[in-house]
Ligand binder design. Structure first.
Ligand code: ADP
Length: 362
């Protein structure tokens, strides 16, 4: 068993703690012990056990309080916490334990084989989560690095092509000037793709949740899109938008969806866009409805949420990053994003943000 997978066995009742430690050691775990809340906090900070088996009833403080303090401290917040207590437990205790940050709650007496199997299951899930987190971090680093390193030579290509074009002005056949212009346009397009990639790689939301006023957010987004709104003659209406508590990034989601609703409009038909919000069980559903060109049904409709997937060719400018970015932001918060569409009539993009009982304006 590796040193990182040590278990802290916390119980003030000596025979119980002794028996549990014995079972865990026999199963191959490295086991530390604590008898009180204070001892638990100290040993956990010092040894950083992977998993803490935490009795709810301790002499100096409740196990719930210990759990809360373990979660608050950066040194111990990542530990898996398994509460246990006697069979006289009431369900509201169970709920308090889980809501207070415990990963599960076992009720004594627990069969030794069940205890070991439960710990194995938690450690398996934890290893998978850590591997995923590492691989995500590596991918983000790679994308960030690649995008940065590509920008420099690209800038040189763009500058040199521009200089060459100016030097050769009037002295060469127009075909060469046109070719140079192609090089410059391609360099510019690639620069904007790299910027998008950088932006996508940088999005590592999941930061602190804060209050977001839907009405204010909508006004800000409309303000930043006012050029496109004016040029297209778009009419944007909205229903009542709630104040919610959400993690960073919602503004970008609205911005991308409304910008697309303007961009993918039908010829000679000014965009009519309606933004609305609806309370559902456990989440808020936001919808952005347009009267644009729509999207044909089929697998590619789902694929538009993947990075660099574009359906409508180069005649409408874009980098294929906006919806991937929106999906990353929404899914990081535990939400979902999808589209309903009728080709030639319009699309409605929906996304959800979990309420988590945190919504302020009903
Ligand atoms: P971009 O707009 O830069 O191409 P997005 O990721 O925002 O990138 O969108 C991906 C593709 O999804 C677009 O290229 C377009 O084909 C399609 N799409 C997005 N929004 C709409 C919309 N409102 N109506 C029709 N098609 C859309």
């Amino acid at each position: 068993m590796s040193a990182v997978e040590s278990i802290l066995n916390v119980d003030d009742y000596d025979p119980g703690r002794y028996a549990r430690t014995k079972v865990l050691r026999l199963a191959g775990f490295s086991v530390l012990e604590a008898r009180t809340g204070e001892e638990t906090l100290r040993i956990a900070a010092e040894h950083r056990p992977t998993l803490i088996l935490l009795d709810v009833n301790l002499p100096d403080m409740s196990g719930f309080e210990v759990c809360r303090r373990l979660r608050e401290s950066p040194e111990t917040s990542a530990a898996t916490i398994v509460h246990f207590s006697a069979s006289s437990i009431q369900s509201h205790h169970l709920v308090s334990g889980l809501e207070g940050g415990a990963d599960t709650y076992l009720v004594e007496p627990v069969d030794p084989s069940v205890l070991v199997a439960t710990i194995h299951a938690f450690l398996r899930a934890r290893r998978a989560e850590e591997a995923l987190r590492r691989s995500n971090a590596e991918l983000e680093w790679f994308a960030h690095r690649a995008a940065h390193d590509l920008k420099e030579p690209l800038r040189t290509i763009a500058i040199q092509a521009e200089l060459l074009k100016q030097d050769l002005k009037g002295s060469v056949e127009p075909g060469i000037q046109t070719s140079l212009q192609f090089v410059m346009d391609a360099a510019q397009r690639m620069a904007s793709l790299i910027d998008g990639l950088l932006c996508f790689a940088r999005v590592n939301y999941g930061g602190n949740a804060a209050e977001v006023d839907g009405e204010a957010l909508f006004a800000e987004v409309c303000e930043s899109l006012q050029g496109a709104i004016r040029d297209s003659g778009a009419r944007i209406t909205h229903g009542k938008l709630p104040i919610i508590v959400a993690e960073p990034g919602l503004e970008e989601v609205f911005q991308n969806l409304i910008a697309n609703a303007i961009k993918y409009r039908r010829e000679h038909i000014p965009p009519q866009i309606h933004v609305s919000a609806q309370a559902e069980a456990g989440s808020w559903r936001f919808s952005i409805q347009d009267n644009g060109i729509g999207i044909e049904p089929g697998p590619h409709r789902e694929a538009i949420f993947k990075i660099f997937t574009r359906l409508h060719g180069q005649s409408i400018p874009g980098s294929g990053i906006g919806l991937a970015l929106a999906r990353k932001i929404v899914e990081t918060q535990g939400g979902r994003i999808w589209v309903e569409s009728e080709p030639g009539a319009g699309s409605t993009f929906h996304f959800t943000i979990p309420k988590d009982a945190r919504s302020l304006r009903k």
